[in-house]
Write a protein that binds this ligand. Structure first.
Ligand code: ADP
Ligand code: ASP
Ligand code: MG
Length: 425
């Protein structure tokens, strides 16, 4: 007998029939003798719909954005509904079950509404319930802050709820059920020849998630790594073996590159003719940070003056989340007197493509393969960043799918023709 946390994502919870399918899986785990806590997402599309309502409500009163605290009250509702529906379905199938909302446990979080961090989870009540043979159904994504207000964890946050609950319950495993049957070498929806990885290291999964592979929320992987939670990614719709996320094991034979990821949520800003003096970079990024704008890549040219606004000047290029581009341009305009740049150029139609693998540490030439493969297709690289196990480039958004496919082939990740992915639900 083991204590297992099972998490079901939005597609898995979308409608009575799928919730019944989830309940059947939970029932099988209970009948196998396990103690089960289930974490659920809202039905697919529901969180977007609820966010739409908050925008409409704010706009009808003339405001561009809704109050964050009330936004959380609204968007947390999607998970409240699915947790109740799953408990009802389990009961109807003869399985003892009840829902435990974030504020009831409680799942204690910071007060950063819409992107709150879990601080602790009080597990006493559900441990007692589970010990008596009752399935605990917990809505993901939601919590309670120290002021008694409902919070949410940021998009995709139910993965983090599940891992945090698994850590707090000292669960044997956290099984994340989704609409693909594991972590692939890239998004199987855009590369049909993507291959399923039987296992992946926490470190690689963390990098992949942080550069756009949304199969797991980045913070859930961070937490799993820190708390040593064994995470498995599997499908709600098939019994295929999934992917284990685990520590690196020197015995294991690893691919050079674990995967390729992309992120369309980027916009590029270039400040032209910035005076090349100490403090100027701080003058640029200070005000952006103060406005809570998350700058990703930064490229600064050497101040030769060639093509950069004359002697003693330089150009600085960086990326920001696309939704924050208008705000970023506004902040830079207001800081113009301090920065003293000549001009600002911006491009919202860029994307980031990244390759990730722990094998990079011990192999030379990994970056060259990437640059040559993109060049061979005429894809221009606009900016580059690297970490120990990752290379990211910014390219025009229109080439993103082509670039992912080309890199997948260039690093030898393509599955054999005969082994293509079954269509997913
Ligand atoms: P859920 O609603 O279950 O949380 P998500 O939509 O958040 O599901 O995540 C699953 C999706 O992640 C898949 O449908 C797939 O398109 C996408 N994805 C992106 N990169 C990968 C990858 N490397 N491996 C598997 N899936 C990926
Ligand atoms: N329902 C939330 C979202 O769509 C959280 C989640 O499903 O993980 O972002
Ligand atoms: Mg998700």
């Amino acid at each position: 007998m083991a204590l297992i946390v099972m998490k079901f994502g939005g597609t898995s919870m979308a409608g009575a029939e799928r919730i019944h399918n989830v309940a059947t899986r939970v029932k099988a785990a209970v009948e196998a003798g396990h103690q089960i806590a289930v974490v659920v997402s809202a039905m697919a599309g529901e969180t977007d719909r609820l966010i739409g309502f908050t925008r409409e409500a704010a706009a009808s009163g003339g405001s561009a954005i809704a109050d964050r605290k009330e936004y959380d009250v609204v968007v947390a509702a999607g998970e409240q509904i699915t947790s109740g529906l799953l408990a009802i379905t389990l009961q109807a199938m003869g399985i003892k079950a009840r829902s435990w909302l974030g504020w009831q446990l409680p799942v204690q979080t910071s007060s950063a509404h819409a992107s709150a961090r879990i601080e602790s989870i009080d597990t006493r009540a559900i441990l007692a319930a589970m010990a008596s043979g009752e399935v605990a159904v917990v809505p993901g994504f939601q919590g309670l802050d120290s002021l008694g207000r409902v919070t949410t964890l940021g998009r995709g946050g139910s993965d983090t709820s599940a891992v945090a609950l698994a850590a707090a319950l000292k669960a044997e495993r956290c099984d994340i059920y989704t609409d693909v049957d594991g972590v692939y070498t890239t998004d199987p929806r855009i590369v049909p020849r993507a291959r399923k990885l039987p296992r992946i290291t926490y470190e690689e999964m963390l990098e992949l998630a942080s550069v756009g592979a949304k199969v797991l929320q980045t913070r859930s992987v961070e937490l799993a790594m820190k708390e040593k939670v064994r995470v498995q990614v599997l499908s709600s719709f098939s019994d295929a073996p999934g992917t284990m996320v685990e520590d690196e094991d020197s015995e294991m034979e690893r691919e050079l590159i674990a995967g390729v990821a992309y992120d369309r949520n980027e916009a590029k800003v270039t400040l032209v003719g910035v005076p090349d003096r100490p403090g100027v970079v701080a003058a640029i990024f200070g005000p952006l940070a103060a406005a809570a704008i998350n700058v990703d890549m930064i490229v600064q040219n050497i101040g030769t003056g060639v093509g950069a606004g004359g002697e003693g000047h330089t150009d600085v290029t960086f990326t920001v989340p696309r939704a924050q581009l208008p705000l970023s341009l506004d902040v830079l305009e207001r800081a113009r007197a301090d920065i003293k740049h000549r001009d600002v150029l911006s491009d919202p139609a860029v994307a980031k493509v990244s390759v990730v693998g722990v094998g990079m540490r011990s192999h030379a030439g990994v970056a060259v393969t990437m640059f040559e493969a993109l060049a061979a297709r005429g894809i221009n690289i606009q900016a580059i960043t690297t970490s120990e196990i990752k290379i990211s480039v910014i390219i025009a958004e229109e080439y993103v799918e082509l670039a992912v496919r080309v890199l997948h082939t260039a690093y030898g990740l393509d599955a054999p023709e005969t082994d293509l992915l079954e269509p997913v639900a």
